[in-house]
Write a protein of this length. Sequence first.
Length: 234
Amino acid sequence: MEHAAGSLAGIEVCVFDAYGTLLDVRSATARLSRDLDGKAEQLGALWRQRQLEYTWLRSLMHRHRDFWGVTRDALDHAFGAIGLPEDEGLKARLMESYLSLDAYPDVAPALMQLRTDGIRTAILSNGTPAMLKAGVDSAGISGSLDAVLSIEEVGIYKPNPSVYQLACDRLGVGRDGICFVSSNGWDVAGAATFGFQTVWLNRFGLERDRLPGEPCVVLEGLEELPALIASAAR
């Protein structure tokens, strides 16, 4: 575990990003690697990159499209960019796979421990309500979550401040009482700038983003999170 500037204190709720934090987005292409002509890893990386970029660009353009549609647009782009043949059946199977992504192994134990310790837990995600319901049900973690919140309620994507305000409004907690956990550095920056106490789940040893908003704590996995939250609970 690596600690960044600051620490956690007075936590009432632990709120998680979903995609890339709890759910492994790489599993969508990995499952169908035999059909992807040796390009599963390349496709998965570009698909994810464009998916995120399209959320930011659409937010800036005030041209919202839900995350399911954005995910399909990004997949279409990635297929063309890396020269895969247009195969609507394969694309449909990849999209379907996105509804049942694998959870990282440390997710279920951490959520269960937080609930055992009396800490409320929630998801705050770009995903649509239908995508998120399918994802948490498939991962078997729905029973360990008090709320699953989608940006569709506000119609704009992270890191817009109105998304983080949604968590405060729906959970009835001030921003300083929320610990927000994400593997996406830009998401942590947005949440920290908003006023959440943040944990950057840096699973893959990535370089930090040069953005406003520093994480309170940096972790390589979720194993140590429950103890940190319990010691910082109000």
